[in-house]
Design a protein around this ligand. Structure first.
Ligand SMILES: NC(=O)c1ccc[n+]([C@@H]2O[C@H](COP(=O)([O-])OP(=O)(O)OC[C@H]3O[C@@H](n4cnc5c(N)ncnc54)[C@H](OP(=O)(O)O)[C@@H]3O)[C@@H](O)[C@H]2O)c1
Length: 333
């Protein structure tokens, strides 16, 4: 049984978009197993835009990672050694923190068993995990859509966005989605998204005006920055905005900056509700049951971009921020 783990460390702080040399794959010793602990071999790792936040020095929910510190993130693995009655060898578990590595030792209480009957293991990093829950909470609890309303979803072909679009269709909404890639736009069309905007080539405001001349009722914001400003300008009176993320700003040096046209929220009576999924932890069971049901029935289409090999994790993360993924980006270890 291996006594070491291969884990990514932060070699230096990225300046702008991360590059390969910002990360280092190191081999570190694993502690011996104590009573109540398990050793887990990761099978699937997640790369997510939020990981860019802890590579900065800005303080927030995502605390800065020290230079030389280990990267963390979501992972699903298999218990390969156990000194816990709760988790036998062979059990599959999720950890929100032990990604970016192949093996780890943890207290059994720090990992959550996953039910492989509800969906494939990788789904616990996507539709049955962070991205699915985030999409669900932001749409169903924050925006509370009504049939016939128009919603604009940015980052629409990503892990969160694709689920938002499909949940909004289920509620009878008209969906406008933005993406930076024509192939992703075609896929959104297959999901029933009525209108797509390529933010790299189109004029965002003009396209929103063309698709929704009377304005949009709701905006699900995955991108922030210029998307959020265009959405604010395109909202109807009393429009609702769910502020989920700001990927456009993550490489900018200040992901915490706000939109320049916030005064329009006063003029139009807009409701801007920021949220992070941790705030909805108490409703996880409810969200999980609905999403797992939709997954099983085929009502929810899931796309994954799978990258093979632990050693390619940093590259996958770099590529994710550049838009290389359709749906959820996962690493198969
Ligand atoms: N609040 C929460 O609790 C919570 C939880 C999870 C995620 N989030 C946030 O939700 C958002 C989506 O996350 P995700 O996991 O679903 O990621 P994702 O959308 O699967 O992946 C990131 C995508 O962002 C797009 N992108 C990159 N740079 C961009 C730019 N400058 N302008 C517009 N789009 C850009 C790319 O798509 P294109 O090819 O279309 O450009 C890329 O594929 C992120 O902002 C994330 O931080 C929030």
């Amino acid at each position: 049984m291996s006594k070491t783990s291969r884990v990514f460390q932060l070699a230096r702080r990225p300046d702008g978009a991360p590059v390969a040399d910002d990360f280092k794959l190191a081999e570190v010793p694993l502690p011996p197993l104590e009573a109540g602990q398990v050793k887990v071999r990761n099978r699937w790792l997640s790369v997510d835009p939020y990981m860019r936040l802890s590579l900065t020095t800005l303080k927030g929910v995502h605390a800065p990672t020290e230079i030389g510190g280990e990267l963390d993130g979501g992972a699903v693995g298999e218990v390969v050694e156990s000194r816990s009655d709760r988790l036998p060898v062979g059990a599959h578990v999720f950890s929100p923190l032990k990604g970016w590595r192949d093996l780890y030792v943890a207290d059994a209480g720090q990992v959550a068993p996953v039910d492989a009957d509800l969906g494939p293991l990788s789904a616990y990093l996507g539709v049955l995990g962070l991205s699915g829950m985030t999409a669900y909470a932001g749409l169903e609890f924050v925006l509370q859509p009504k049939a016939g309303e128009t919603i604009f979803v940015s980052g629409a072909a990503g892990a969160v966005g694709m689920v938002v679009c499909q949940l909004a269709k289920r509620r009878g909404c008209r969906v406008i989605g933005s993406t930076g890639d024509p192939a992703k736009a075609r896929l959104l069309g297959e999901l029933g998204v009525e209108a797509t905007i390529n933010y790299r080539t189109d004029d965002l405001r003009a396209r929103l005006r063309a698709f929704a001349p009377d304005g949009i009722d709701m905006y699900f914001d995955n991108v922030g920055g210029s998307h959020l400003e265009a959405a604010i300008d395109s909202m109807k009176i009393f429009g609702r905005l769910a502020l989920c993320g700001a990927v456009e700003l993550y490489n900018s040096g200040n992901y915490r900056q706000g939109p320049g046209n916030l005064f329009a929220a006063i003029e139009k009576g807009l409701t801007l509700t920021g949220f992070n999924i941790g705030l909805f932890a108490a409703r996880r069971g409810e969200m999980m049951a609905d999403l797992a049901g939709m997954l099983k029935s085929g009502e929810l289409r899931v796309e994954e971009t799978i990258v093979d090999g632990l050693e390619n994790t940093a590259k996958a993360f770099i590529d994710l921020l550049a838009g290389a993924n359709t749906g959820k980006m996962v690493i198969r270890v």
